[in-house]
Design a protein around this ligand. Structure first.
Ligand code: AMP
Ligand code: GLY
Length: 423
């Protein structure tokens, strides 16, 4: 089989490494990919959002299967375009991708079908939004841009002034463009957060092992929000009892709701959950694998990813196809100094072998370039270093030991990934 993976991050690298375990995956392309990915797949310089370019490449290279990984091409309808061209895909249709692409869509879906989520109101007028926030008078209050915003569209305001600043930033300054035409104003919830990725074929929903992301840039959950600075799996807050509740109150009802709305979900549905004193609530849905959650979840997947993806495309997914190891995994993200704000690139990376790896770990490249001498930094998140172990402590120790072998000017990483998960 010839497979094309769309995207360029650590998540895509993890998917490619897993797909390669199946001998049927004779040739893997990645568009656009990165330096580290080029060791495992042939990178082609097509932008991840270039739908026409991707369809043309898939057709002219007789691609059998396309895995569309990032949110933006999914929300733009890349899966629909590929399917119309007769090409098999992994990922939701444009309509189903609305579950991430529009917070108004997902909040209204949850309300209509009784899926637990924070109380909210939707506004398309900034004054009406502020009048509501003032009349409510409860802080913190959460203000979310409706559309995609590179993970930055959620603002938590501690008082009326911060709320007014947030509404202005989203709706008037249009900091996230048209994504801010509408806002969701919602109740602030508290509790541990859990990420649960799941395989869905429109009917079945099969959760993968749970995980914990670390979104803030600095130790102790300080600093700015990032794409994710590290992950561990499983998430020990997520007990079998909670998993059972989530299946009954969130996972199955979401699948049924999407079917009832005429857009059954196929692909990887990511449930961003908060374990509140009132039970598990949905904070957000993503219509795709998480990054860097994928870098700890897929290393624990014992079954064959390509077979699962093909079964999903053919709507014949069954629970016995998805088996996870009972080991633990940890991923430490190595970032460029200054990320998520301004940072420099083009720094020489030392400590990696010719394949971009280190002994005793798997290195998933996120923002690297490759030249004759090795690898250079090319992004904010540069790479994720993943190890597994029989327990969380072992996995973390191994991942930190391996990460310590890698150097580049300005390297930054968190030292407390998974600390909260050790109990
Ligand atoms: P999102 O981009 O939707 O994942 O939101 C980013 C982060 O904001 C989440 O991971 C939560 O930590 C936080 N957040 C979002 N909604 C709420 C809420 N209703 N209450 C408390 N925190 C929230
Ligand atoms: N790590 C969070 C996300 O992928 O959205």
């Amino acid at each position: 089989m010839k497979i094309l993976v769309v995207g360029s991050g650590g998540r895509e690298h993890a998917i490619i490494k897993k797909l390669k375990e199946n001998p049927k995956a004779e040739k893997i392309y990645c568009a656009p990919g990165n330096g580290g990915i080029s060791v495992d797949a042939e990178c082609v310089p097509i932008k991840a959002t270039d739908i026409d370019g991707m369809v043309a490449f898939a057709k002219s290279n007789q691609i059998d299967f396309v895995v569309v990984t990032p949110d933006d091409p999914l929300v733009l309808g890349m899966v629909d375009a590929l399917n119309q061209a007769g090409i098999a895909t992994f990922g939701p249709t444009k309509q189903a991708a609305q579950i991430e692409g529009s917070k108004v869509f997902s909040k209204n879906l949850m309300k209509k079908y009784g899926i637990p989520t924070a109380d909210y109101q939707v506004f398309s007028d900034p004054k009406a939004a502020m009048d509501y926030i003032k009349s409510r008078g409860e802080y913190p209050v959460v203000i979310k841009a409706d559309g995609l915003a590179l993970g930055k569209g959620v603002l938590i305001a501690q008082n009326q002034q911060e709320a007014a600043d947030a509404v202005r930033k989203i709706m008037e300054d249009k900091a996230f463009g048209a994504s801010g035409n509408q806002v969701v104003v919602e109740e602030f919830l508290t509790g541990p957060e859990v990420s649960v990725l799941s395989f869905c074929d429109g009917e079945q929903v099969i959760p993968m092992v749970s995980s914990m992301d670390h979104k803030r840039a600095l130790d102790g959950d300080k600093g700015l929000n990032t794409g994710g600075m590290g992950t561990v799996a499983p998430n020990l807050c997520y007990t079998p009892e909670i998993a059972e509740t989530c299946m009954r109150t969130i996972f199955r009802p979401t699948m049924e709701a999407m079917k009832a709305e005429g857009c059954p979900f196929s692909g990887c549905l990511y449930f961003g959950l908060m374990l509140t004193p009132k039970g598990p609530y949905v904070i957000e849905y993503n219509c795709r694998f998480g990054d860097p959650e994928t870098q700890v979840v897929l290393p624990l997947l014992e079954s064959d990813l390509l077979e699962i993806m093909l079964a999903i495309y053919e709507k014949r997914l069954t629970p016995d196809m998805v088996r996870f190891s009972d080991r633990h995994a940890a991923c430490i993200v190595l970032a460029s100094g200054g990320y998520p704000e301004k940072y420099e690139t083009g720094k020489r990376i030392t400590g990696l072998d010719g394949q971009g790896q280190v002994d005793g770990a798997t290195v998933y490249h996120a923002g690297t370039k490759r030249d004759a001498e090795g690898f250079l930094t090319a992004g904010g998140r540069v790479m994720g270093v993943t190890c597994t172990g029989t327990d969380g402590r072992g996995a973390l120790q191994a991942a930190y030991q391996a990460a310590a072998k890698i150097q580049f000017e300005g390297i930054h990483f968190r030292h407390d990934i998974g600390a909260r998960n050790l109990g």
